[in-house]
Write a protein that binds this ligand. Structure first.
Ligand SMILES: *Cc1c(COP(=O)(O)O)cnc(C)c1O
Ligand code: SF4
Length: 476
């Protein structure tokens, strides 16, 4: 297979400053162009030639799923906010005025969901370890400082606040030293998940500097090195024609040779991302190193809120040797009203897709929310009338009256935790009540008159022991 050499295809980011130079810009209607400019001043916007040329079907714009995935859309802002930014830009208002309005709108978009900045950051003494997050016992997240951007931005990204430089976000590690000493002190950690942004934005030699120290024999308990990346879909050239593509694959081989597993946590949103020949070639080359690619993505209205899309994604993925892993519910941040899929709808889409695919594709789990207590999975819905035998139901009703059962047809949702702050809650089901349009964990309440969820007992304790180290909490 022949691909254009690197000189012809080297990566160049396209954003608000240069999108007008792209041949496709002229194809957009004035309204769509205006929306890109107005909303692109509030939310991050970044794309590249490959996404424009190979992934977006311009005859389907604006409904095309990849256009929705990377281009700012009018509906992402409330209409008064949209009009405000538009009139400021049109009137050539001073940049101070624009910045003030934009900042106010951004702060209304819940920029830091679920205690991202304040929780899960390990400490040594009273010093916070920058660029490391440790929420689940066996896995640490590592955010190298040079991997804090991506080859294109997803408009729904929950890290959007970081990309627009909303605040002095310093959640990133300059060196591997702190990680290595943390890992040494924590033999329970088997997985390091290198994330960002996108760590594959880094040059291979920079990536190597971060990774090689983890392969030291005294860190043998670190069995799996994972890379969270969307480069497999936004810039597969990273693994094929970039000047340091081979060097990156060699690094994967070295990790494997050191007896560790390389897991590429590939962010795949839609089956069109698997179509270009270069994307398939990237998969083959990565797999030849011994690494495996798992696929995961959030469920997003306008992008992939259709069971056929997911079923095709998983089936085609499996055929190419990928392992379906997670379907996520999008976090409650950014333009969430635009992207939101209600939990019950998400469950239906997941189930419909899951039913149609081979068992090989049913390695996927979801729909799952990365919420404060852990990864909460929706397992299905129930009513009291479903649970209680009809005759028993009638007897209860006649003996005690209807009220004792509250609303017997009210839908409850059965959930469990795929991952939990405290491992003892993993795989333990619990029941919640919800409104039909509930879209996030915070919209769930304990069912059947319970005052709290089982795992909330632990949260109380965590509050009391807020000065105790994370390790103590995890071990008791
Ligand atoms: C999802 C996630 C992980 C990895 O969980 P796995 O189920 O092992 O893939 C680790 N840390 C955080 C904070 C996560 O959200
Ligand atoms: S690739 Fe990942 S980190 Fe980058 S914008 Fe998309 S969701 Fe965010």
């Amino acid at each position: 297979m022949k691909f254009k050499r690197q000189e012809e295809t080297s990566f160049q980011a396209i954003g608000l400053h240069n999108i007008a130079k792209s041949p496709q810009w002229a194809r957009l209607s004035p309204d769509l162009r205006e929306a890109v400019e107005v909303v692109g001043n509030v939310l991050p916007f970044r794309t590249n030639r490959y996404v424009l040329d190979e992934l977006i079907d311009w005859t389907r714009v604006p409904d095309d799923p990849i256009f929705q995935l990377v281009f700012p859309q009018r509906g992402m802002l409330q209409s008064d906010e949209y009009r405000e930014v538009r009139s400021l830009l049109r009137s050539d208002a001073s940049s101070d005025l624009v910045t003030a309005a934009v900042t106010r709108i951004r702060l209304n978009l819940n920029p830091h969901p679920a205690g991202q900045l304040t929780h899960n950051v390990p400490t040594v003494g009273d010093q916070q370890l920058e660029g490391i997050q440790h929420k689940y016992r066996e896995t640490v997240l590592f955010f190298p400082s040079q991997g804090q951007t991506c080859h294109a931005y997803c408009t729904y990204c929950f890290r959007w606040a970081q990309f627009v430089g909303l605040d002095g976000f310093t959640f990133r590690a300059k060196e591997t030293d702190t990680l290595v000493s943390y890992l040494r002190a924590h033999p329970e950690i088997s997985d390091v998940l290198v994330t960002g942004g996108d760590p594959m934005i880094m040059k291979s030699k920079v990536l190597r500097r971060y990774i090689e120290p983890l392969l030291s024999p005294d860190l043998e308990h670190v069995q799996n090195i994972r890379f969270g990346t969307k480069a497999v879909t936004y810039w597969p050239q990273r693994f094929v024609t970039d000047t340091d593509a081979d060097d990156c694959l060699r690094l994967f081989e070295e990790i494997e040779a050191a007896g560790r597993h390389v897991a590429i946590m590939g962010h795949y949103s839609h089956p069109v991302e698997l179509e270009p020949e270069i994307a398939r070639h990237a998969i083959r080359r990565i797999r030849e190193t011994g690494a495996q690619i798992r696929m995961q993505a959030p469920l997003i209205k306008h992008v992939n809120d259709d069971p056929r899309v997911w079923a095709t994604l998983w089936e085609n993925g499996v055929r190419l040797g990928l392992i379906p892993y997670y379907m996520f519910i999008e976090r409650d941040t950014g333009a969430r009203k635009y992207f939101e899929v209600p939990l019950l709808k998400a469950y239906e889409i997941f189930t419909e897709a899951y039913r149609t695919v081979s068992g090989l594709a049913r390695s996927v789990r979801g729909p799952s929310m990365s919420a404060f207590p852990g990864k909460v999975r929706v397992l299905g819905t129930l009513t009291l009338r479903d649970l209680i035998d009809r005759h028993v139901f009638e007897t209860l009703r006649q003996s005690f009256g209807f009220d004792i059962l509250g609303e017997p047809d009210r839908r409850m949702v059965l959930c469990d935790l795929i991952q939990a702050r405290n491992p003892k809650w993993v795989n333990v089901p619990f029941l919640a009540e919800l409104d039909e349009d509930a879209a996030w964990f915070d919209d769930l309440r304990p069912a059947l008159g319970q005052k709290r969820f089982p795992f909330d007992v632990d949260e109380d304790r965590e509050q009391r022991h807020s000065t105790a180290s994370l390790t103590e909490l995890l071990h008791d």
